[in-house]
Design a protein around this ligand. Structure first.
Ligand code: CP
Ligand code: NVA
Length: 314
């Protein structure tokens, strides 16, 4: 049975720590991994648009000695009604892994059920696990003493996510619960994260010591935060709700006032793409506390770590 990565919870807390350490090793010593996936091919199925995920997986496969195929869902037979199950079985006969960016999370689950190669969730409506492992790597780098990479620094630190309780919020909760980092989600009523995901994180947090909170209190929620994170208010597939959401999220923009409620030195993160003047002010996203491009870069190192973990034949 192949190993899949549909959710951060597919990995135990110890395995998440191993993944982070591997991503750092790959970043520091890329040459050591040059042939790790020699001759292997990753199929990349996209139902939605992408810049970072597509480029980092494609470049990552190349750097590991393999190859990646970009398959727009509208250009392959899935777009004409071929079943997910048949697609998974057929691609498994040609390729060594499949990364998929989809609408419904059940699509990556169905791929995993029928594929005989690893399936990687490159974003679903429910979760974006590759992104938040990368976010954890970025925070470890920023919070570790100079010249070191200590995953333990996440314990007791607080990440506050402000905005839509979406795929990003869910996977940030998962990565916080796995690493012992506290996560506060500040979202308006009606846009708070999935209660089942919050419950599973609270359960895991009892083991790892992280504190999981969900609130709509925009004044007090960000207090004590060491990092404030946000994402778009209308995700891919919700474009027609954009105008309505602009109204419902009024007051939730991350600006200097909101950053001022957090701890001194609080960092700012965003998975990107960002909408300046909506979920974040230009002053914050382009300001000195923003680490968005370190974060974007780390997508490459984390994708490579995920690919090596799932696909190398050790
Ligand atoms: N953050 C992220 O997944 O970016 P893309 O949508 O560009 O892949
Ligand atoms: N929540 C956003 C994340 C994009 C990387 C979306 O799903 O569109």
């Amino acid at each position: 049975m192949p190993r899949h990565f549909l959710s951060v919870t597919d990995f135990s807390p110890a395995e998440v720590a191993d993944l982070l350490n591997l991503a750092n090793d790959i970043k520091v010593q890329p040459d050591k991994y040059r042939g790790a996936l020699a001759g292997q091919t990753l199929a990349m199925i996209f139902q939605k648009k992408s810049t970072r995920t597509r480029v980092s997986f494609e470049v990552g496969m190349y750097q590991l000695g393999g190859h990646a195929l970009f398959l727009s869902a509208s250009d392959i037979q899935i777009g004409r009604g071929e079943t997910i199950a048949d697609t998974a079985r057929v691609i498994s006969r040609y390729c060594n892994g499949i990364m998929a960016r989809v609408y419904g999370h059940e699509i990556v689950e169905e791929l995993a059920q029928h594929a005989s190669v690893p399936i990687i969730n490159g974003l679903s409506d429910l979760e974006h696990p590759c992104q938040t492992v990368c976010d954890a790597q970025t925070l470890v780098e920023h919070w570790s003493p100079a010249g070191t990479f200590d995953v333990g620094v996440l314990r007791g630190k607080t990440l506050c996510y402000v905005g839509d309780g979406n795929n990003m919020a869910h996977s940030l909760l998962d990565v916080g619960a796995a690493t012992g980092m506290n996560v506060t989600i500040v979202s308006p009523q009606g846009y708070q994260p999935d209660v089942n995901i919050v419950a599973r994180c609270k359960l895991l947090a009892m083991e790892t010591g992280s504190l999981i909170r969900v609130t709509d209190d925009i004044e007090n929620g960000p207090r004590g935060a060491d990092c404030i994170y946000t994402d778009v208010w209308a995700s891919m597939g919700q474009e027609e709700e954009h105008a309505k959401r602009l109204k419902e999220f009024a007051g939730y923009m991350v600006d200097e006032t909101m950053m001022g409620r957090a701890n001194p030195g609080c960092l700012f993160m965003h998975c990107l793409p960002a909408h300046r003047g909506e979920e974040v002010s230009a002053e914050v996203v382009d300001g000195p506390r923003s680490i968005i491009f370190d974060e974007a870069e780390n997508r490459l190192h984390v994708q490579k770590a995920i690919l090596v973990t799932l696909m190398s034949k050790h």
